[in-house]
Ligand binder design. Sequence first.
Ligand SMILES: Cc1ncc(COP(=O)(O)O)c(C=O)c1O
Length: 385
Amino acid sequence: MNKHARVDERPIPFIDLAAQRRRLGSAVDEAIARVVAHCQFINGPEVRVLETALAAFCGARHAIACSSGTDALRLVLMAWGIGPGDAVICPTFTFCATAEVVALCGATPVMADVEPDSFNLDPASCERALATAERLGLKPRAIIPVDLFGLPADHDAIAAVAARHGAMVLDDAAQSFGATYKGRKLGALAAATATSFFPAKPLGCYGDGGAIFTDNDALATRLRSLRVHGETPGDKYDAAHIGITGRLDTVQAAVLLEKLKIFPEEIAARNVVAERYAAGLAGLAGVPRVGKEATSVWAQYTIRLGGGRRDALSAALTAEGIPTAIYYRKPLHRQAAYRDFPLAEGGAPVAERLAEEVLSLPMHAYLEAAVQDRIIAAVRRALAG
Ligand SMILES: Cc1ncc(COP(=O)(O)O)c(C=O)c1O
């Protein structure tokens, strides 16, 4: 590049929700207005319609809408009766909510390492974490694999480990609703799957929201009760269980119904963006690889930069108006709230290295080719310098 050419420094959004709103036109406004008109703000008709649409979308028998991804995870652990003396295995390279819900139930999260290519739970480390739990006198009850950054974990290998130890699998698909593993969408794989509709997620609402997916009728009935204070079906003033306020607002369901209509096209657009990044950055930085058995919804596009180059690149991009993010600078076992919980034997060397090398670039379905070219050129320039 001509060194006298001016570099475009206009700020680029990391995720462009405004572009999505423009694409949706007045559809979302009208959907919200319908709820405001019928006034059924809790448990309105849109919630049931959304649950049916979500279940059909991912191929699960039941979808239970709820108040957040965190509550989706928590409700399942509550329904399974997980509590003190129980161990739940979590990857240490994840958002804290994965392990938080375990601790909130009074059980012990046992952290395991992740794989270097997928950033997802390493089945071998998961096996060691189960052995660690047993040695500590804890009962291994569940494994929570996370499909990080939109990419499914190695679900068959994790299911085999779980079966050997009599543990349940609760899939944390907060970042990955819409992704597939061996031709099936997440939601139809594990005994229970939790997702988040936080606005920045691939399918997000306009506030907090989440959902649980399961094929198990009894579990679905229990979850529907637990999300409304453990009510007895048909008599909300007779509590059958100790539950929580865990419902999804009708307004959020109405927003999600409109967004679900364009979600498949958005997933395809995200994949185009990911392919352009991979072509533009291969050889310069570690770019994510998606194996033949899975597809990603690209909640994040996360590259790896060894040799201490990550923070310098991030600073150079910021100077050019290009935002980046570091998910995650500290694995859970290094965070104050979680460092006293057990870590699998062998530690988590991969997670520790990832924490020093990962950098997420702007990623959304509306990232225009010209803007993406600017990002790729800036990365190339920074790394060349
Ligand atoms: C992996 C993972 N699990 C759980 C959650 C929690 O979801 P929510 O923010 O909807 O409670 C998140 C949200 O960022 C997440 O990334």
